[in-house]
Write a protein that binds this ligand. Structure first.
Ligand code: GUN
Length: 291
C-alpha cells in the first residue's frame, strides 16, 4: 500500500506556483490577485477563507477579503459581484458557500463572470468541462486529478466508482474521470443506488465523496484498489486545540491494507483542494482558459 501524500504534493505545487509568480513579477506584471467574499461568521467558512488568504500570501499572490453581515440584501451582494467582475486589477474571486437562506446561491454563482470564476461553479465552466474545453474546474476534482497524475496511477480502462453527486465534487469528478486523457469507465453512485456495497467492491478506483464519516468499510473495497477519500467532516474532539478533528468517509485502518494507493484524512485531498484554487487563479491571471 502506498500513501498518497496530498500535503507534500500540494507543497511542491505551491513552490512551482511561487516560481511562476516570481518570474511574472520580474517581467513587470503585477502579481495574481484573488478576492474572497465572505457573508456572515460561520466558523467553518471563516477558517476556509482564512486558509485561502494565507495560501495566497505564501505564493506571492495579492488577496482581498470582502465581508458582509448575515443579513446583507441579495441585491447588495450581486452589486459587489458586478463590481469585482469589472475590476481590471482582480484576476479571480470566490463567494464562500454556503450563503444565508434568503440569498439565491445559484443566482450568485451565475452573476460571477466565468472568466473570474476560479471556483469553477458557473454553468459555463461546468459545461465547458463536460465537452472537454479549457475551463476552470472546481478545486477538489482538479486536485484529485493532479494527485492521480503525479502518482502515475493507471486510470485508462479502469472502473471508477464515484460515491456522491454534488455539483462541487462528485459530478465534476465523474466527468473528468471519463475524459479522453483519463479514460476511466465511471459509475456515479448516490443515496438511491441499489447494492452500493457490492458496487463499491467492484471499483478499481473508489472516490468517496458523500460526507458520511466512516461509511466505506473494509468489505466495500476490492484488493488492490485505489481509494480517494474526499470526506472532511468536522467531529468534536477533546484532543485538539480547535475542539474538533476532520474525519474521512473511509475507515482508513480497515481499508488501507487492501489498497494499492489511498489518501489519508487529513493530509490527502484537503491540501490539494486548497492549492487548486491557487492554480486556477494563476491560470486566470495568465488568461490561459479564455484566451
Ligand atoms: N464551501 C465549501 N467548499 C467551497 C468551495 O470550494 N468554494 C466556495 N466558494 N465555497 C465553498
Amino acid at each position: 500500500m502506498q500513501l498518497i501524500d496530498g500535503k507534500a504534493t500540494s507543497k511542491a505545487i505551491k513552490a512551482e506556483i511561487k516560481t511562476e509568480v516570481d518570474s511574472l513579477v520580474l517581467a513587470g506584471h503585477r502579481p495574481p490577485h484573488l478576492a474572497a467574499i465572505l457573508v456572515g461568521h460561520d466558523g467553518g467558512s471563516e477558517t476556509y477563507v482564512a486558509y485561502k488568504i494565507k495560501d495566497c500570501e505564501e505564493v506571492g499572490f495579492k488577496s482581498s477579503l470582502v465581508r458582509f453581515e448575515d443579513d446583507v440584501k441579495e441585491e447588495v451582494l450581486l452589486e459587489k459581484i458586478c463590481e469585482l467582475n469589472g475590476d481590471p486589477g482582480l484576476d479571480g474571486f470566490i463567494v464562500q458557500l454556503p450563503l444565508p437562506d434568503h440569498i439565491n446561491e445559484q443566482k450568485v454563482i451565475e452573476t460571477i463572470n466565468p472568466k473570474k470564476d476560479v471556483d469553477g461553479f458557473h454553468p459555463l465552466n461546468v459545461g465547458r468541462t463536460v465537452i472537454g474545453l479549457p475551463s476552470f474546474v472546481s478545486a477538489t476534482p482538479f486536485g484529485i486529478i493532479e494527485l492521480l497524475k503525479r502518482y502515475h496511477i493507471e486510470t485508462s480502462g479502469k472502473h471508477c466508482v464515484v460515491v456522491g453527486r454534488s455539483n462541487i465534487v462528485g459530478r465534476p469528478m465523474s466527468i473528468l474521470m471519463s475524459q479522453k486523457s483519463i479514460n476511466a469507465t465511471v459509475t456515479v453512485a448516490h443515496s438511491r443506488t441499489k447494492d452500493l456495497e457490492t458496487l463499491c467492491a467492484s471499483a478499481d478506483i473508489l472516490i468517496a465523496a458523500l460526507g458520511a464519516p466512516g461509511f466505506i468499510k473494509e468489505h466495500m473495497v476490492k484488493e488492490g484498489a485505489v481509494v480517494i477519500d474526499v470526506g472532511t467532516t468536522r467531529v468534536p474532539s477533546s484532543e485538539t486545540k480547535s475542539g474538533f478533528r476532520l474525519k474521512g468517509d473511509v475507515i482508513f485502518e480497515e481499508v488501507a491494507p487492501k489498497c494499492s494507493y489511498i489518501t489519508p484524512v487529513p493530509g490527502g485531498v484537503g491540501p490539494m483542494t486548497r492549492v487548486s484554487l491557487l492554480s486556477n487563479t494563476l491560470l486566470a491571471a495568465k488568461g490561459n482558459i479564455y484566451s
